[in-house]
Design a protein around this ligand. Structure first.
Ligand code: SAM
Length: 251
């Protein structure tokens, strides 16, 4: 049974309709539902997360729900105005006593990594702001300080909605009880159990497929040998594909 209250995740967006499919599927869906122990109906594990998606247009303050204007200085594209974003943040933050870690999804932010995800998974509440068009008026970003600016990579997407979903997925799968097997996230690529290296390759049935054999050692039942093989494969794979990760890893 979970002891701490669910992590609250708020998302502020101009496109709330993009979220139900992702938040309503697979692990993200299960993590937001209570789990009843089949052996004891009184043993109910509370959800580990709750999602709250807010339309910034609800705070437009005009009957056309317009929240964007042309960029000062000219040029193509629209800019999201300060006031609706500020009002939306104030209203949403007032819905819960717990302080929110404010996050702006932007290609100009710190690149998202597993240690950042781990840090965010330890917070009680996250508030994510998804930009669109040319972005958000810089003044409201300054006024929202402290705010963490996070990028999902060195490329530009049309909006912060997909980056917010990426961040939500990465965070939620680390919450205790979110995955079926408690330990599995710990051993994934970039994670502490994998010494922050890439994961080793995986195989399953059938033993022979298209003339290709699964590695014999994995069927040996010898756990020490399997572990040694996996560690060696993970290191080899990291050397080949991501030598930059080996800098900090114990040899
Ligand atoms: N004019 C901005 C720039 O060049 O830095 C790009 C704006 S982009 C078209 C619109 C929105 O998409 C951004 O405000 C941000 O919320 C989101 N976005 C785009 N790429 C992103 C990325 N790599 N990581 C996080 N958010 C991103």
């Amino acid at each position: 049974m979970a002891t701490s209250p669910p992590l609250r995740i708020d998302v502020l967006t101009l496109f709330p309709e993009m979220f139900p499919g992702v938040l309503g599927s697979s692990i993200l869906k299960r993590a937001a539902e209570p789990v009843v122990n089949p052996a004891d109906p009184n043993d109910i594990r509370q959800p580990v997360v709750s999602y709250h998606v807010t339309d910034i247009r609800d705070y437009a303050g005009n009957k056309h729900q317009k929240v964007d204007q042309p960029s000062f200085g000219g040029g193509p594209g629209m800019v999201i105005q300060c006031q609706p974003v500020w009002d939306a943040v104030q209203a949403v933050e007032a819905q819960d006593d717990r302080p929110a870690t404010r996050i702006l999804l932007t290609p100009q932010g710190e690149p998202l990594t597993q240690p950042i995800v781990e840090e965010l998974a330890g917070q009680p509440r996250l508030l994510m702001i998804a930009g669109h068009y040319e972005g958000i008026d810089e003044r409201v970003i300054e006024k929202l300080a402290p705010i963490r600016e996070i990028s999902v990579g060195d490329y530009v997407l049309s909006g912060g909605e997909l980056p917010a979903m990426v961040l939500i997925d990465a965070v939620v799968r680390l919450l205790p009880g979110a995955l079926g097997h408690q330990d599995s996230a710990h051993h994934d690529s970039f994670s502490p159990g994998a010494q922050r290296l890439l994961d080793h390759p995986h195989y399953t049935r059938p033993r022979t497929w298209e003339g290709m054999e699964a590695p014999e050692v994995l069927l040996s039942g010898n756990h020490a040998k399997i572990e040694a093989w996996r560690e060696a494969e993970a290191r080899k794979r990291t050397e080949e594909r991501r030598p930059d990760l080996l800098g900090d890893a114990p040899q």
